[in-house]
Design a protein around this ligand. Sequence first.
Ligand code: SAM
Ligand code: SF4
Ligand code: SF4
Length: 366
Amino acid sequence: MALLLAGSRRPGRASRSRLPVQWQYRIPRMLVDKHGRALEDLRISVTDRCNFRCTYCMPLDQYDWISRDQILSYEEIGRLAGVFARLGVRKLRITGGEPLLRADLEDLVEMLARVDGIEDICLTTNGSLLADKAERLKRAGLNRLTLSLDSLDPATFARMAQRGDLAAVLAGLSAAIETGLTPVKLNAVIERGVNDHEVLDLVDYARSRGLDLRFIEYMDVGNVNQWTSEKLVSKAEILECVGKRYPFEPLSGPRGSAPSERYRFLDGGGVFGVIASVTEPFCGACTRARLTADGRLVTCLFSAGGHDLKSLLRSGCSDEELSAAVQAIWNRRTDRYSEERLAAISSDQGYRPEAVRKLEMISLGG
Ligand code: SAM
Ligand code: SF4
Ligand code: SF4
């Protein structure tokens, strides 16, 4: 299959082949999809299990869990990370399910930190198991951390997470700050009638601790979270609420492929952001691939399925064959689900989330 290589400053195939072998290996290709989007970030889900049951993500008690023998080992993940890095990926995010449920996660971090070309390793966690692990993760090479915190009120927290304990999450957050896993980002999904009254409390908390808070619009991920557009609190509403207490302005500079639109408080109280996947989709800048815990490559958060890399990996294939498979998948990519959803919401027919079968969030990691 012919590869699409973008960017005139990067050598194309012909010029690469004239380079000494060690340079051919080191110079990253920029692999692009059908809409010209490069492959830059990889989100690695290390488990589909979670000790919470957030109503917006994983509300049921039981799912069809991935069986243990299908879960990628750290060695397998490390090898795939190397393949992705040679294709241009620079940033890795470890996620889940709850990634800290996986034993000795610091061993994986250490392995990923050694992958040539990887510049940034982040972790997204619910924080509940972080207090004991933050230091080991930092020592292993974790650069940054995003902690999900939707409420500061124990009753609302319990209503949303259904399991777990707010005090343990806050202890995990303190450990991350003390260990220097900074800047810590906070993710807060806002759901109407559930925690929308806490927008300013969350802002006050983030400002007082110097944290980078990002509000996330409630999305129709998976098939069982009962999403309706009425539950969505839009970016516009969130900004209006924040601005009444704390005037702010947009941060200047290119946003790149970052999902959040960022703002600076005018009184010097720091920054915050909003990820407006529903009302202001950013598919045009989506450079993210996702690897499920059982080794499927998924090219969109709303995909119906993934591409099985694990079978290839376990069949004894070479890195070049794995790389060719990833390139072929990314070259064919046309995903722009959130843009299509917004068009459907605004159309006469409206949008019916249940009409589309999607992968569950637990296997994708956000
Ligand atoms: N368990 C970890 C955690 O909660 O941070 C990592 C996995 S979780 C799936 C990753 C992120 O996805 C979390 O910040 C979570 O809030 C977000 N998320 C899950 N379901 C969502 C939904 N329906 N809408 C918006 N964000 C969602
Ligand atoms: Fe678990 Fe994270 Fe999903 Fe909550 S958002 S159920 S903590 S995976
Ligand atoms: Fe990327 Fe899919 Fe989200 Fe669009 S909907 S931003 S293509 S993950």
